[in-house]
Each structure stands twice: as structure tokens, then as C-alpha cells.
Design a protein around this ligand. Structure first.
Ligand SMILES: Nc1ncnc2c1ncn2[C@@H]1O[C@H](COP(=O)(O)OP(=O)(O)OP(=O)(O)O)[C@@H](O)[C@H]1O
Ligand SMILES: [Mg+2]
Length: 302
């Protein structure tokens, strides 16, 4: 900034400009659904949680319909550790026996979900916490190792999304509520099944015809083999990152669910850094997109 300028006169103009920059985005997203996956690893600092809640309250006040799906890997891991139970992952998915499932449900539905809800409500939003078992929102089936390509071991009570029943979301939205969803599905016999939060969020974004699907995580985005941020990927390029092993562990379900969201009709999916203050606002309402966008092959300009 010019040092001779009077900052008190310049700052308001700049602020107004920033607000005006949001106008086309508000116009195109107002009234539309955006599914946001909040990663457990992006929820560790208090100030970031507050920024996230502010962003959600703001976008909801301007008529965007956010639907939040949260993870809770680090929080589940911490309690399991306190209880002396080891966490084991196969390709980013937690092996879940019955005892682990109890802990998963207690932490996700009882603690993390309510924390997210309170944060948003504290800032004037109208969040309601539910799990996939409520209103049979997420019907799960047992994850089949063959379907998960290359897995040869039983993951226990790990579910895949069988069906989404959107009625509960529709009625919450009708009354201005912001759904906050813990990714526990109703499996065979109404048993709780642990569904990877990315997978659940991807399926929800397609079923709910979301305009955008955004995953907030603890890395700048999808990184290449040299650990540089990739700002844009086509579906083929994204799939290749899994095949080549450049995307591993927790990034595998993330890329897979972005691809299934795109195939399900969602125009754009984004993996962004939840550690950046107000990452969500920057992604949705400014010209300066952040992180990695994955776009449909046929319309990369979207
Ligand atoms: N190519 C890649 N680019 C970026 N991150 C990668 C890549 N391959 C593997 N990863 C790992 O994926 C992790 C993100 O997934 P992770 O499951 O840990 O977080 P999350 O999904 O945000 O949180 P949660 O599972 O609790 O909801 C990163 O921290 C990184 O270690
Ligand atoms: Mg994860």
C-alpha cells in the first residue's frame, strides 16, 4: 500500500471492493446446497473452529444451504488410546470391531457432532446435529473388500453407503436449519456402521444435488509426487494419483468420493486446507480459489 495514503480512507474502499467481489458468487450459490466435509484433523485448534463456524453462519445468512459432514479420526484415536485400544487402518479406513464401533459412535455422535453444532449456534446459526441413523438418512451395507479394490481383509463394521434418504435434510432445510451429520450409517439390522466421513459426504453431495462439494483437511490440498500442491485435476488425473500411489492413506477415500460426487452430477469438488483461517469463505466467495479443485472431464471450465 502507498505509504502516503491515509489508511483510514483507503481501507474502507478496499473492504467494500472485497465485499463486492463476493456478489457474483452470492448470486450463483444463493439457494443452492454446498456439502462441506470437515476433517477431524482440521478441527484441532479453537480459533479455526471459530472461523469455520463464522463462515457457516455467514454463508447461511446469505441464502446458501450448507450441509456439514464431519470426521473425527484424531478424536476417536485419542479415546481409543486412553482405553488402551490400538487403531489400525487399511488404505485410510479404520478397522472397526464392535467395541471400536461403540467408541466411534460415542465420539462422533456424542461429542464431535455436538461441538460443531454448538460452535455454529453460538454465532447465530441454526445447526442441528444428526447421524446417518436418524431418519434413516444413510442406509449402509457392509463394505466389501473386493469393492474397495485391493483390500483382502475384513474391516468389521465398516460400511459403504447403500442409500441416502434425503427427507430429513429436506425438512430441516425447509425450516432454516443447518444439518450437521456424523457419518454413522444404519446397517443391516439397524446396526451402526462406521462410514468414512469423506465417503458419506460424497454420497450425500450427489444425492442432494449439491452445487459444490468441499473437503476441509489438514494439508494444502492434493499434493503431487514432489509434495507440491496440485491446483486443478481432471477425473482421470485424480484416479491416476491413486493408481500410482502418490495419493495414499486418508487421501484415497477423499479422491474416490470426489470422483463419485462428480459422477453423481456435482459440478465441482474441492480439497482445501482447513488450517487456513476462513478457508471456506475464500473458496466459496472470492476469485482466489484455494487448494485443489477436481472438475468433470467434459466441462473443465466450470
Ligand atoms: N497425495 C497426497 N496429498 C495430500 N495428502 C495426502 C496425499 N497422500 C496421502 N495424504 C495424507 O492424507 C491426509 C488427509 O487425510 P486424513 O484422513 O488424515 O484427514 P481428514 O480426512 O481431513 O480427517 P478425518 O479422517 O478425521 O475426517 C493428509 O494429512 C496426508 O497425510
Ligand atoms: Mg480421513
Amino acid at each position: 500500500m502507498n505509504e502516503h495514503c491515509d489508511s483510514t480512507s483507503v481501507a474502507p474502499a478496499m473492504r467494500a471492493e472485497i465485499l463486492v467481489e463476493a456478489l457474483p458468487y452470492i448470486r450463483s450459490f444463493s439457494g443452492k446446497r454446498i456439502v462441506i466435509k470437515l476433517g477431524g484433523s482440521a478441527m484441532t485448534r479453537e480459533s479455526l473452529k471459530k472461523n469455520f463456524a463464522e463462515d457457516i453462519a455467514l454463508i447461511s445468512f446469505i441464502g446458501i444451504k450448507p450441509i456439514i459432514v464431519h470426521g473425527g479420526g484424531p478424536q476417536i484415536g485419542a479415546l481409543l488410546k486412553k482405553l488402551g485400544k490400538e487403531s489400525r487402518f487399511v488404505k485410510g479406513l479404520r478397522v472397526t470391531d464392535e467395541e471400536t464401533m461403540d467408541v466411534v459412535e460415542m465420539v462422533l455422535v456424542g461429542k464431535v457432532n455436538k461441538d460443531v453444532v454448538s460452535m455454529v449456534n453460538h454465532l447465530g446459526g441454526k445447526a442441528v446435529g444428526i447421524s446417518g441413523r436418524d431418519g434413516s438418512l444413510i442406509k449402509a451395507r457392509k463394505a466389501q473388500p473386493a469393492r474397495l479394490a485391493g483390500l483382502d481383509e475384513d474391516l468389521g463394521l465398516v460400511g459403504e453407503v447403500d442409500r441416502i434418504n434425503p427427507e430429513l435434510i429436506d425438512s430441516l432445510e425447509e425450516h432454516g436449519f443447518i444439518p450437521v451429520i456424523a457419518p454413522v450409517g444404519a446397517g443391516p439390522g439397524e446396526k451402526p456402521y462406521n462410514i468414512n466421513a469423506d465417503t458419506a459426504a460424497g454420497a450425500l453431495s450427489a444425492s442432494l444435488s449439491a452445487e459444490k462439494f468441499i473437503l476441509l483437511t489438514d494439508v494444502p490440498g492434493v499434493m503431487d509426487a514432489d509434495n507440491n500442491l496440485i491446483s486443478s485435476l481432471t477425473e482421470d488425473q485424480a484416479a491416476e494419483l491413486i493408481r500410482s500411489g502418490v495419493a495414499s492413506e486418508g487421501m484415497i477415500p477423499k479422491i474416490r468420493c470426489c470422483l463419485s460426487a462428480l459422477r453423481g452430477g456435482v459440478p465441482k469438488a474441492h480439497v482445501i486446507d482447513g488450517r487456513v483461517p476462513h478457508a471456506l469463505l475464500l473458496e466459496i466467495l472470492t476469485d482466489q480459489g484455494i487448494g485443489t479443485q477436481i472438475v468433470r472431464e467434459k466441462d473443465p471450465g466450470l
